[in-house]
Write a protein that binds this ligand. Sequence first.
Ligand SMILES: Nc1nc2c(ncn2[C@@H]2O[C@H](COP(=O)(O)OP(=O)(O)OP(=O)(O)O)[C@@H](O)[C@H]2O)c(=O)[nH]1
Ligand SMILES: [Mg+2]
Length: 390
Amino acid sequence: MGMVTNLPQEAKNKWNEVAQTRNPEERLRLMQEFLSLVPKHKGTEKLCAHVRTQISQLREEIERRKQMKRGTAPSYFIEKQGAAQIVILGPTNVGRSSLMRAVTGSTPDVAPYPFTTRLPVPGMLPYRDIQFQLVEAPPILRGASEGRGDGNRILSLARNADGLIIMVDLTQDPVENYLTVAGELEKARIQTVKPEGYVEIRRRGHGSEIQFIWEGELVETTPEEVVALLKEYRITSALVRIKGRVTIDLVEDAVFGSAVYRPTIILANKVDIAPSLDGLNHLREAARPLEVIAISVQKTQNLPELLGRKLFEMLRIIRIYTKEPGREPSPTPIVGRGRMTVAEVAKALHTDFYKRFKYAKLWGPSSKFPGEKVGLDRELSDGDIVELHI
Ligand SMILES: Nc1nc2c(ncn2[C@@H]2O[C@H](COP(=O)(O)OP(=O)(O)OP(=O)(O)O)[C@@H](O)[C@H]2O)c(=O)[nH]1
Ligand SMILES: [Mg+2]
């Protein structure tokens, strides 16, 4: 958020009470009290929006618990399958269901009128020996992060995913489509651009010190300043994980809950009937650095291949084919994202392969020669073939 400016001490104390309260009704009351203690100006806008999001989530959680007891809550939860779960977000009628039909085996209803899809719909997109699980979310409205139109459940679905597709309609102000979705994601603290730094504050009930876990560095601040800031929020005992490049603002953000990063691409649909390409150009500007891909679900050739390739790149997928001595490699790879070592492959196969590991033999792009002997910490590339010996 990059936000909080000089909150009064009362407000900081109140947030400490919030953080230490588990009971949802009590927590709700304290959050409302906290809001009333925050002076309203530009510098506190985002904080207030974020707390209002948390309030609406809590309200819903309380409501849902009641429904669960009565057994009347329909489930939004979709169990993950395949290499990654990608949630398709967008305003109504942009063509999300049409896309599901075009690239997965699932057949949600498509209709010219809005609000056809009411519950999440999953489907699998096969691509080069793996499968992506796509999930069509119900349409998202402005105000979703404050609970409008099932917004909290849609945003939880997005938070739980491995990546996102934001779909917009080139015939209906695509920039405004995009900004609506992006704004709601931001308020729900789901980031679509990889942040430079990340902070996690895990409060502890005992002991009396701040312990840092260093996976990065502080920028224009010192550990002493961080400790002093946390003290203002009555946080005297916590584990503080510092990843990447972290400013004091980012630390203050994290007091109010950790943000998540979900890699995202934008599909600009209905290019076949777009009145001009102006909308597309403006969208590219507004969404930078996110990639915008112009498509027509009805006319674009090889859409499954195109989308598969874009998701594959976005998630930095690594496929590792394992084999047994004297046999052909398994046709279904083990899938990693970003980075993968022999150790991770061994663990994924069976803990025994990891515990009793002796060595591995390696073929493929990252081997120096076919059948190279390697250890657990060897880093692998997409398409490698690994034979584990125990
Ligand atoms: N011309 C054209 N029409 C499209 C395209 N994609 C979708 N449509 C039409 O747009 C309308 C809405 O499509 P859906 O796939 O139902 O859209 P949705 O985003 O799932 O809509 P809701 O679930 O109702 O929010 C339908 O009439 C589709 O036929 C496209 O690429 N070109
Ligand atoms: Mg739909």
